[in-house]
Design a protein around this ligand. Structure first.
Ligand code: RIB
Length: 309
C-alpha cells in the first residue's frame, strides 16, 4: 500500500540557556558573559522545526515536562506546522534543558539535562506506532533513550518506513541498531566514534562511509563543516561543498541540515539537490543566533538558492 509523503520525527525537546562569552571558561575559571537568552531547542525539536518550516507534512514524537516551558514550546511547535498529537506531557518531570556556551568564534559547548526526554521509553514509542507506520520516513537523533531509538527503528522497518539517523550527540552504537538504518548523517567526530576512522580528508570520509555501508546502511552523509558533505551511496562517494557565509553561531546548523534534507527527499529531489537544499538552510541558520529562532522558512531557503544561480 502506498503512503502519503509524511515525515515522523522522534527526539528531544529542550529549553536552551545560551550564554555568549569571549572564550570558554577553563576548569576553575569564571568568565563574564556578553549576552544571555533562553530559546527553544533540543535536537529533535530543532529538526522537526526545520522540516516544518521547510514545508514537510510532519508529526513529532517527543516528551515535555508538565511545566509552563513545555506548554509554550508545544504552542510554538504548532505554529511551525508540526502535528504535536504524539508529544506527551510528563507531569512529574521538567522539560529538558541545555546549557550552551558560545565563544567569540561562534563555536559552542553544550551540557544537557534530559528531564522529560528520558520518559520517551520504548512503551511510549509503541503507543505512537501508527505515526511511524503512516510515515514515509522516520528521522531520529540520540538525545532520546537508545533502547527507544532501537524500538522506533524496528517498528519503522516493519512498516516499510525509511529510517534516517542523525547520530548526535556522539556515542557508540550497536550493530543491531545500525542494521536498521537506511540513511545516517554523522559529523566528522560522530563518524570517527562509529567507525574508528578519523575523518579529515575525502579519502578518510570514503573509508568511514565504507565501514557504515558494511553495517547495512545504504546511504551515508558525513557532514564536514566548512568543507560540505561527503555523500556515499552504496560506496559511490562525492563531496558536495556548502555555501560560504559569515557564521554568528553554529547551534542547530546540523539539525537544520537534517530537517531540510529529509523534507527535500520526501518531495522527490535527488540526493544531490536535497543536500544542496539542506546546505542552503544550514547556511542561513548559522548567520542567526540560537537554535530554533535561527531556522529558516521555505521562502528564505528558496530565495537563498535563487541568489546562488
Ligand atoms: O543541536 C543543537 C541542540 O543541541 C541545542 O538546541 C540543544 O538543545 C542541544 O540539544
Amino acid at each position: 500500500m502506498s503512503k502519503c509523503a509524511k515525515l515522523a520525527v522522534m527526539g528531544s525537546i529542550n529549553a536552551d540557556h545560551i550564554l555568549n562569552l569571549s572564550h570558554f571558561p577553563r576548569p576553575g575559571e569564571t568568565v563574564i558573559g556578553k549576552a544571555y537568552q533562553i530559546e527553544f531547542g533540543g535536537k529533535g525539536a530543532n529538526q522537526a522545526v526545520a522540516a516544518g518550516r521547510a514545508g514537510a507534512d510532519i508529526a513529532f514524537i517527543a516528551c515535555v515536562g508538565g511545566d509552563d516551558t513545555g506548554e509554550r514550546i508545544c504552542e510554538q511547535l504548532q505554529r511551525d506546522n508540526i502535528d504535536i498529537t504524539p508529544v506527551e506531557a510528563i507531569p512529574s518531570e521538567a522539560t529538558g534543558v541545555a546549557m550552551i556556551f558560545v565563544n567569540g568564534e561562534g563555536e559552542n559547548n553544550i551540557g544537557i539535562y534530559a528531564g522529560a526526554n528520558a520518559a520517551l521509553t520504548p512503551d511510549s514509542v509503541r503507543r505512537h506506532q501508527q505515526v511511524i507506520a503512516d510515515a514515509e520516513a522516520l528521522l531520529m537523533q540520540l538525545e532520546s533513550p537508545l533502547e527507544s531509538v532501537l524500538t522506533a527503528a524496528q517498528l519503522a522497518r516493519q512498516h516499510g518506513t525509511q529510517v534516517i539517523l542523525n547520530p548526535a550527540p556522539a556515542t557508540r552504537l550497536t550493530d543491531e541498531l545500525l542494521a536498521q538504518i537506511d540513511i545516517i548523517t554523522p559529523n566528522e567526530t560522530e563518524a570517527e566514534i562509529l567507525t574508528g576512522i578519523a575523518v579529515s580528508s575525502d579519502a578518510e570520509a570514503a573509508q568511514a562511509a565504507q565501514v557504515l555501508h558494511a553495517k547495512g546502511i545504504r546511504t551515508v552523509l558525513i557532514t564536514l563543516g566548512r568543507r560540505g558533505v561527503w555523500l556515499s551511496e552504496q560506496g559511490n562517494g562525492e563531496r558536495i561543498p556548502g555555501f560560504n557565509v559569515q557564521a554568528v553561531d553554529t547551534i542547530a546548523a546540523g539539525d537544520t541540515f537534517n530537517g531540510a534534507f529529509i523534507t527535500a527527499r520526501l518531495e522527490g529531489m535527488t540526493m544531490h539537490d536535497a543536500v544542496r537544499f539542506a546546505h542552503a538552510a544550514a547556511a542561513i541558520a548559522v548567520t542567526r543566533p540560537g537554535a530554533q529562532p535561527a531556522v529558516p522558512w521555505r521562502r528564505e531557503i528558496d530565495a537563498f538558492l535563487q541568489q546562488q544561480e
